[in-house]
Design a protein around this ligand. Sequence first.
Ligand SMILES: [Zn+2]
Length: 424
Amino acid sequence: MTKITTYHADQIGGNVVVIETAHSRIAIDFGENLPGSEHEPIEIEGLSRGTPCFDGVFFTHYHGDHVGRMHRILPNVPLYLGSIAKKILLNIHQTLDHQNMAALLHGETLHELQDGVSVTVTHDIRVTPYRVDHSAYEAFMFLIETDDTTILHTGDFRGHGHSMQNKAGDPLTTIRERICQNGQRKIDTLIIEGTMLSRMNERIFTEQELQSWATIFFKKRRHIFLLCSSTNLDTLASFYHAAKANRIKMFANHYVVSQLKTFSETAGVEDDFYRFSTVWPIQFGKELNKNGFRGTQEDYMRKFGFLCIIKEREGYEVWLKKFQDCNPVLLYSMWEGYLDPKRSAYNPQLAAFCHKYHAVCKHTSGHATAELIADIITEVNPTKQIIPIHTENAEMLKKLPISEALKAKIVVPSIQNGHTGYML
Ligand SMILES: [Zn+2]
């Protein structure tokens, strides 16, 4: 008998899924709640407190709402994380001097996952990661096989990033050909993320559309400050290539420069679209003598323009003010919900910053559209049940264009004490 327990499935972020058999127990993800959450930070007996009784924790990708509480996991519980995700997280935690996280990531309990390579956790649980498109690079879906059942956990995914270009990250193709092996493998339970089910009216741009838009926009505006996540590789690459097409250089603080270097050395090896060959660390007073130009970095930026990645902090306002005479534009490329006072994730500081500098908002979502969620459910066609997680509107799943037979398999978690159990 296999049992699934979902934790905090009724919110976006901070979800944990526990799968247990008669002999073994694993968890998938162990992250922080996003701001505005009504749940307490997650604690699980035998995983983050008490006597350890877990055989492994598998992380779908490096976003904080999926890995953020890794440091709370009891010692000696094996951790499984993608090899690129490990490097990205190491860069973050070494920069922030989080020594416990850095030690954990370097530690013997951390095992690196490779696309398509199965991990036999115990004699009755096997987990296979499959790469899929998401706003975090190297995100995984997990196929979990036990003695008596087969489960697919989608993690966070979408179908409109750059990895769709070569089909490498296409969730539908991956499920059809690699996971379900063109109908030869049946999935009993589908655990699927439903972030966009509460954001149905948002217009979705593809990363390619974002890049095309920016390429045209940068022809008119050459002095650009960009608010964007420093781990959103696809969006960073979209803007980088748009700037490059307009002969505009990218600038950032030392941390972002080192993160882009890490991406260039990992993702950039897999696909040279992700190679950031020239990103300059901000050193306004630095003397430059390049291609006939002599002067400071600030003079250079003033003369030729710039794409400069910033945060909404006071220190960066000095940068914005420094270039006021160039009429710089502030681009905001994160979820607009952070700027909306009606949303629980509202960020007043960020909203005030964007308002003050009349930010232009242009963002590509990291999550699957409702149409794609419906297509995935139909493609997987699970034999037993469909469990929505990572959503504030699980009921919406029943209104998607899927068959009545599939609708009958949807089990909306009834949240009691933050978790729901399913016997299989
Ligand atoms: Zn994510």
